[in-house]
Write a protein that binds this ligand. Structure first.
Ligand SMILES: [Zn+2]
Length: 113
């Protein structure tokens, strides 16, 4: 799933600090940091994320307006068993990639406003 070894849930042990597009600093799990940077570069606003630390499935949360974009980019919704209509969290792509490279569809031109 990801590169974490012995990282507890809720721990900041494997995080790096990134500057968000709005200038604020945010601690992001190292395993998905490149992916998050890429998502930000498309203008997507994230609400939170976690790589899952090899214990749980990771997630990338986005604001309602950006859900459509994530789906069109091939992201799979992380099912919220408490609320099936909640589609705000997506499974990070970096988890499913064995070569260490992220696969993205060529949606940049199509969907970027
Ligand atoms: Zn991890």
């Amino acid at each position: 799933m990801c590169n974490c070894i012995n990282v507890k849930m809720g721990s900041y042990q494997n995080q790096i600090t990134l500057k968000m597009p709005n200038g604020e600093l945010m601690g992001i799990d190292k395993c998905i940091a490149e992916e998050i940077k890429k998502i930000w570069s498309y203008g997507i606003k994230t609400t939170g994320c976690c790589c899952g630390h090899n214990i749980n499935e990771g997630y990338i949360g986005v604001i309602d307006k950006d859900i459509e974009f994530m789906k069109k980019s091939g992201y799979k919704v992380l099912i919220n068993k408490q609320d099936l209509k909640d589609e705000r969290n997506f499974i990070p792509k970096s988890h499913r990639d064995e070569k260490g490279e992220l696969e993205y569809y060529d949606y940049e031109d199509k969907y970027k406003k």
